[in-house]
Design a protein around this ligand. Structure first.
Ligand SMILES: [Zn+2]
Ligand SMILES: [Zn+2]
Length: 394
């Protein structure tokens, strides 16, 4: 990387830290990010050459049009916080009780703002466009990415990249997993309608508790006996609600849970098998049932073409040993997958773990902290990922 670009990244670092601390102190929950989006749009408006739009009021899309024609590359950050009471003890902790940036989305936004500032200063040498996408609601399905995709935000995009801060990797590492890297995630509710009555006369009742108990085990047979073990999903029943006494058989019971898969076909298959199993078990005992499916995020898939770009530019612009190619996908989910269903893209993890600085807690933990030295790496990674648009090099 040229000294001039390295210097710009160093210069923007204090801005990135300031932006991130401001966003961190003023977190917004998913779908309520208008104040954060206003703040980001206000800062971006001060950089030269950015065309800023607000597809939804809680989103910001900024387009940097180069001097020369060329492809359009998109860089994405998310902006939403989590419903947690912050316990990080950072001096810039959340000013909103019960809301905290514990997934690093504050850092994602600030790093992308930093990249936008640096690239806006390089626009005279840019062949093509860079689209900076600040999206709402990554944490809560149906997610903000899906809505932006539906509104055509990536219709003119040739490739997209996203970064996620990762405390389980040390600062200095950049990691991605080619192909499938995160799971699909769908939630479901199962209602069992039996016939309540006195606990001493079960023969006059249809007991939804025993039926529900049978279902909890029967549903695991889907994972253990119906799906190719090499493609095994996760099926978790996290809720079993029924009754509230010692001697009353309740009328109904409710089970609820989540399904995670690494395969789009298995995702469909599991839903069908859950419906069949529920129907079969419940009707065998003379009760009625209802399955309510809440579709979440698709399987996240990193594409070959953008993986090749990511690998090449990270090896070119960062020290040896920075890049790590992961071999195993995660069972977490990411709504970046919504963009990747439409356009080639790669999602990368930027290490931010540093025990000496207290950055040792996992994402979604109320004590979560980030090593701020990771920000310059994230900004530089964003710039490197779109460096193909600058013909004479960055
Ligand atoms: Zn998260
Ligand atoms: Zn996240």
């Amino acid at each position: 990387m040229k000294n001039e670009t390295e210097a710009l990244i160093r210069e923007v670092n204090s801005d990135v830290i300031r932006w991130r601390r401001h966003i961190h102190a003023h977190p917004d929950l998913s779908f309520h990010e208008k104040p954060t989006a206003d703040y980001i749009a206000g800062e971006l408006a001060q950089f030269p050459g950015l065309n800023i739009s607000r597809p939804m009021e809680n989103s910001v899309v900024a387009v940097l049009e180069g001097k020369y024609p060329g492809p359009t590359l998109a860089l994405r950050a998310d902006m939403d916080a989590l419903p947690l009471d912050e316990m990080s003890d950072e001096p810039f902790s959340s000013t909103k009780p019960g809301v905290m940036h514990a997934c690093g989305h504050d850092a994602h936004s600030a790093m992308l703002m930093g990249a936008a500032k640096v690239l806006s200063l390089l626009r005279e040498r840019l062949h093509g466009k860079v689209k900076f996408i600040f999206q709402p609601a990554e944490e809560v399905p149906p997610g903000g990415a899906r809505e932006l995709v539906e509104r055509g935000v990536v219709d003119d995009v040739d490739a997209i990249f996203g970064l996620h801060i990762a405390p389980h990797y040390p600062t200095g590492k950049i990691v991605f997993k080619p192909g499938v890297y995160v799971a699909s995630s769908d939630n479901f509710d199962i209602k069992i309608y039996g016939k309540g009555g006195h606990g001493s006369t079960p023969q006059h009742c249809i007991d939804p508790v025993t039926i529900g108990a049978e279902l909890v085990t029967s549903l695991q047979h889907i994972v253990a006996r119906k799906i190719d073990p090499l493609k095994a999903p996760v099926l978790t029943i996290a809720t079993f609600q029924a009754g509230d006494s010692y001697n009353v058989i309740p009328d109904s019971a409710r089970l609820a849970g989540t399904v995670r898969t690494h395969d789009a076909q298995v995702r469909e298959q599991v839903q069908t098998l859950i419906r069949q199993t529920v129907d079969g078990v419940v009707s065998a005992h003379g009760a009625r049932s209802e399955v309510i499916w809440q579709p979440g995020y698709a399987v996240g898939y990193n594409h070959d073409s953008t993986n090749a770009t990511a690998q090449a530019v990270i090896q070119q612009h960062f020290a040896d040993g920075t890049l790590e190619i992961a071999t195993d996908p995660l069972f977490g989910s990411e709504d970046f997958s919504s963009y990747q269903q439409k356009v080639a893209g790669t999602f990368l993890f930027v290490g931010c773990g540093n025990k000496a600085k207290g950055a040792e807690w996992n994402l979604h933990n109320p004590r979560f902290r980030i090593d701020e030295d990771a920000f310059a790496i994230g900004v530089k990674a964003h710039i490197a990922l779109v460096s193909s648009l600058i013909a004479d090099g960055i």
